[in-house]
Design a protein. Structure first.
Length: 304
């Protein structure tokens, strides 16, 4: 069902997907079935330069080139994760094929001539993620440690998600270029949120997470909370917070938070809070975060 939906979504027939040559990195099938280097990957470039984890609307896309170093990095990483997460017997039982694990890689145009490749990966039991690989076509450099977002809780026309899902900003005012990715998080009926994860793009195409912001969160008891982040300087960020509570509670609460860091490539931490009313949830409602500063470093990693 997933593959059929994706094929319809991309508005690309089999002949179109095959029109661009696949990356020539696949190898003969090895003795370990969790080694996926025999899989042949393809890429597409969406007209809106954004990814589409799940979407019922038809998305226009064209076949795109997938450089061999990028495909190799994706296959290296996914093979490594398959071996870490599954025993041989578990993998045999799941009967995973290349077509079950991979769908077309999204190629997005990045700042300063860079290319971003986003690779969806599907493992059993809803273990769904997208890997992010930056590529510099001038030097051939590729992200060594691709970050990921979980995509299990994505749904069409989600009111908590605002497009574009992927945003990129060029370097400016002493701040490195940024990759911002919106992730959907979930904990039963109690907590639902969008989390923006900020990555600095290094000159070597590294992607270093420096910040996580929860721009929209719905907590069953508190209603909708919205947060807007503004970079005051490369090392200072202000978050404005507003909460629309149910009728039986006070109508509006929130406040602001000042974030700081000591230097570039480091995550931000809370420097000052200015709540209007209760300070609980001023930064996040994430159930897995041990502290606000931990959330700012890693985001909400409550996955199941």
């Amino acid at each position: 069902m997933r593959l059929a939906g994706l094929a319809a979504m991309l508005v690309l027939g089999t002949s179109a997907l095959n029109a661009y040559p696949t990356a020539a990195v696949h190898q003969p099938r090895g003795t370990d079935p969790r080694d996926l280097h025999h899989c042949q990957l393809t890429a597409v470039h969406p007209a809106d330069n954004d990814i589409h984890p799940v979407d019922n609307r038809r998305v226009k896309a064209q076949p795109a080139e997938l450089p061999a170093p990028v495909a190799r990095r994706i296959l290296d990483h996914v093979s490594d994760q398959a071996k870490k997460q599954f025993t041989l017997s578990e993998w045999f039982e799941a009967q995973q094929r290349c077509a079950d694990i991979f769908s077309p890689v999204f190629k997005l145009n990045g700042p300063d001539g860079l290319q971003l490749y986003v690779a969806p990966r599907y493992f059993p039991l809803g273990n769904q993620v997208d890997y992010f690989v930056m590529h510099d076509p001038r030097t051939g450099a590729v992200t060594k440690a691709p970050p990921l977002i979980y995509t299990k809780w994505w749904g069409p026309d989600d009111p908590l998600i605002k497009r574009p899902i992927v945003r990129m900003q060029p370097a400016r005012h002493g701040r490195p270029a940024l990759l911002i990715v919106e992730e959907r998080t979930h904990n039963g009926t109690v907590y639902n949120a969008a989390v923006d994860r900020y990555f600095e793009i290094g000159k070597d195409t590294s992607l270093t997470q420096i910040l996580a912001i929860e721009p929209r969160a719905y907590l069953l008891s508190d209603g909708l909370t919205e947060r807007k982040a503004t970079f005051l300087t490369p090392d200072r960020v202000r978050i404005e917070v507003s909460t629309r509570r149910p009728r039986k509670y006070r109508a509006l609460e929130g406040g602001s938070v000042l974030l700081e860091r000591s230097r570039r490539d480091q995550p931000f931490h809370v420097a000052r809070r200015a709540p209007r009313g209760e300070s609980n949830g001023l930064v996040t409602y994430c159930p897995s975060a041990k502290s606000d500063d931990e959330f700012l470093r890693v985001g909400c990693d409550f996955y199941y």
